[in-house]
Design a binder for this molecule. Sequence first.
Ligand code: BDR
Ligand code: CA
Length: 296
Amino acid sequence: MQKIILDCDPGMDDALAVITGLADKNIEILGITTVAGNVELSHTTRNALNLLEYLNEDLDVYCGLDKPLKRDLHTATEFHGETGMGDIELPNSSKGFSKRYAEFYLECAEKYPQEVELVAVGPLTNVAAALTKYPELKTLLKGITIMGGSLCGGNITPHAEFNIFVDPEAANIVFSSGLEVKMVGLDATMKGQFTINELEDLRKSNSKYSRATMEIFDSMFRVREKIGMTSVTFHDTIAMIAPVYEDAFKFEEKNILVGIDEKRGETAENFCGGKIMVAVDFDKTWFKKYLIETLN
Ligand code: BDR
Ligand code: CA
């Protein structure tokens, strides 16, 4: 079982990643940390707590940082709705959260040296700040997998993917940290798009994980239909499973430099950039089968 700490900004596709991570028997989520991104931190934290309660899962939530290291927060409410969960209203959880998210990283990494993969599927603010505060994480963690970046063009500007665009200074710290970083960006995740009819087999399943996935999937469709989109992409789920199912991806080692000023958030090949394992391709046929088997 791969031990994972999931840093996320739920966010609808983040919520899908949480559900799949909990359903997958090869993954052990040690805890969830939240960051500001798709929506403000109060919403991402509340959504994580409410989702866990809805799924009847007992997992601790740690609340991270409420804005990027050096910039104002840029949200994505047009895709995730004002509260981050589209038109879904989950019952309110009464459970609280801790603010000691960086200490949680350190405790887990010290308890299981070289075994814990930090998977970050939001802006890299929390991860960068924790690596700065506790540099020993660089030797204690197994690695970091991120949903972010792109070599094939952006989704927020022509050059930048959303998570890197929101906090490029944080991405720069993580990319040059010396830790093994797997960048699972748009080159791979855009392969994991489904139209409304493509996951019908999942709709037939009655497990709590399939049902919650389809509720969120349908809501994502309703939001996207209004802006003329015809499919839903499982960005964050794809990044979350990458450390466990590497064979479903094609990884290539590249030197990646993050654009800070001009072309903010661009992740371009450049000899001055950090050595990163970049997912350049992903197997959609495998993924569909995986989702149906795992969530069922
Ligand atoms: C990423 O941006 C966010 O809106 C999604 O949750 C995902 O992490 C895709 O670019
Ligand atoms: Ca996300």
